[in-house]
Each structure stands twice: as structure tokens, then as C-alpha cells.
Design a protein around this ligand. Structure first.
Ligand code: PMP
Length: 311
């Protein structure tokens, strides 16, 4: 990763090299943390963080699901995020807020351990490889199932859950693929190791509904609204594995992966990125860079959102 100058840590901006934790921190031993992945994009009005508030609300919800009390409000973390973007002076970056049980006791019960909160920002290009956005990725259905709703609350973006994703993506890449697709315990499609998934057949988009074991992705929500605005029908429903193999188009979406076409699943060729995927990808990039008035409410500047032209 490319280091930047500052990290926001427990209320202060500290030098990158000084953002340290103790090896006895609870979160390091038990994965007792929650985090977010957010992107800041360059726009005509300066850097803007896409759906920052929605991400920070999800961070708070993730913490609630772990009975973890965050010492900073959504508003405080929103201001801290903008402060960090300003301090590091990057036009585009990825933001990683993280809250975890820190140093205190080392029993599994976190007791009265402090909750440490930090925000890291650094430049992060395409997530799934250089030409993934244009040519698409080869995906493999994983032998690892997504954690079930009564195993860990999968709705929480919690650090410990990501062992599940890590095993899946390591398995897929070791087998020569670029990304994993995880099934639910019942065997229907859940999501990628770090993305939600959409299947397109006969110009209808389908994505697993929120009752499946998926992370309620903010990009998923964005894509649904974009697709509907472009006139496509979107179904949120159970999807079976065969649908991926027979689909006209498949794509994955997430803050890091943005809108990435899927070229094949388990060696079933889907082919070059299709027209609907391309249209949604183009609209997504217009949205995040503040180039489309229909979605400027999601484009969050350090100062308040500039007035729409003519208003
Ligand atoms: N599913 C999983 C398992 C993820 O890790 C992510 C990335 N946060 C997503 C879906 C997509 O979520 P979002 O669009 O909010 O980044």
C-alpha cells in the first residue's frame, strides 16, 4: 500500500508511522472490530467522498450488532474523514474507518476494554486488477460458504467475518481465478469475497435479496437505483448457481471493486462485458465523480454540497 502522511486516530491526526496498537489488543486476537471501505473521488468541485454518511451509519450499525459502543458519532466521523482527506491532500483515495476493542483484558468477553477508532486513507486503484473494469474477471464458486445469519451477524461489516472472505479469495486465486463467489448455507448465491453480485438475463437484473447471507452493500443499493433510473427491471431474489452459468451478463459491485464485469464463472464463458453492465458502469462513474445531477446527493464534499447549476 502507498503510505500517506496522516492517519486519524482516536481524535487526532497522527503521522502514518505512529499509528500503532499494542499486540495485546483484543481486536487483534478475536477479530472484534468493525470497519468500512469508502472511496473519495476527484470532481470538478474538488475531492468528494461517495455516500460517506451512509457508510458511517453502516459502521455504527455494525458496532451495534457487536454490542460495541463507538465513542464518536456519525457526524464526528464524517468531519474526521474530510479532515483526513484534506490533510493528506489526495484528489482520489480509499478511506478505511476501523473501530476495534483495544488493550485491556484478554478474555474473549471484551469487558471494559476501550474501543479504538481510526481512519486510514491511501490511494487505491482498481481492486480486482488493472484491466478488470474493462475486460472483466474470471470467478469461481467457492467451497467455503458465506457465514450464516445465526453464525455471525453477516449484516455487520466486522473484521472477524473476513476470514470467510479471505479463505474464499485465496482458494479462488490459487486455482487460477480472480475472484470467489460464495454460496449461502442453503446453496443459493450470496456475494463475492468483497462485492455483491448481479446477474442479467433477458435485460432483467437480479441480485440476492437482503435476507440472503450478504453484506447490504452500498454500491448494490446505488446500482439498483441507477439501473431502475436507466429503465431496467431489478429483482431482489434467490439466485441459483446455474443462473450464473447461463446469464447474458454478470457483474460484481462494491466500493473497492466499483462495477466489475464477470467474464466467466467456473469456466462457463459469459463473454466480454455486455451492454447493460457497461451502461451501469458508466453511469456509476458519472455518479461518483459528481457528473450526474440525479445522484449529487450522494457526493459529499468537505464543505456543503455546491448548489446545483441554475439554482
Ligand atoms: N459483500 C462483501 C462481503 C463485502 O466485503 C463488500 C465490500 N464492503 C461488499 C459486499 C460491497 O459493499 P459496498 O458496496 O458497501 O462496498
Amino acid at each position: 500500500m502507498r503510505e500517506t502522511e496522516k492517519i486519524w486516530m482516536n481524535g487526532d491526526l497522527v503521522d502514518w508511522g505512529d499509528a500503532r496498537v499494542h499486540v495485546a489488543a483484543h481486536g487483534l486476537h478475536y477479530g472484534s472490530g468493525v470497519f468500512e471501505g469508502i472511496r473519495c473521488y476527484e470532481t470538478d468541485n474538488g475531492p468528494a467522498v461517495f455516500r460517506l454518511t451512509d457508510h458511517l451509519v453502516r459502521l455504527h450499525n455494525s458496532a451495534r450488532l457487536l454490542h460495541m459502543e463507538l465513542p464518536y458519532s456519525v457526524e464526528e466521523l464524517r468531519l474526521a474523514s474530510h479532515e483526513l482527506v484534506g490533510a493528506n491532500g489526495l484528489a482520489e483515495c480509499y478511506l478505511r474507518p476501523l473501530a476495534f476493542y483495544g488493550y485491556g483484558e484478554l478474555g474473549v468477553h471484551p469487558g471494559t476494554n476501550p474501543v479504538d477508532v481510526c481512519i486510514i486513507s491511501w490511494p487505491w486503484g482498481t481492486y480486482l486488477g488493472e484491466d478488470a473494469l474493462e475486460s472483466g474477471v474470471r470467478a469461481k464458486v467457492s467451497s467455503w460458504k458465506r457465514v450464516g445469519p445465526n453464525t455471525i451477524p453477516h449484516v455487520a461489516k466486522a473484521t472477524g467475518i473476513y476470514l470467510n472472505s479471505m479463505l474464499a479469495v485465496v482458494e479462488a486465486t490459487r486455482a487460477g481465478y480472480e475472484e470467489a463467489i460464495l454460496l449461502t448455507d442453503e446453496g443459493t448465491i450470496a456475494d463475492g469475497s468483497g462485492e455483491n453480485i448481479f446477474v442479467i438475463t433477458d435485460e432483467i437484473l437480479a441480485t440476492p435479496d437482503l435476507s440472503a447471507s450478504i453484506l447490504p452493500g452500498i454500491t448494490r443499493h446505488t446500482v439498483i437505483e441507477i439501473a431502475q433510473t436507466l429503465g431496467y427491471a431489478v429483482q431482489e431474489r434467490e439466485i441459483i448457481r446455474s443462473e450464473l452459468y447461463l446469464a447474458d451478463e454478470v457483474f460484481m459491485c462494491g466500493t473497492a471493486a466499483e462495477v466489475t464485469p464477470v467474464r466467466s464463472v467456473d469456466d462457463h464463458e459469459i463473454g466480454a462485458p455486455g451492454p447493460i453492465t457497461k451502461a451501469i458502469q458508466a453511469a456509476y462513474f458519472d455518479a461518483v465523480r459528481g457528473r450526474d445531477e440525479r445522484w449529487t446527493r450522494w457526493v459529499e464534499y468537505a464543505e456543503k454540497t455546491p448548489a446545483a447549476p441554475g439554482s
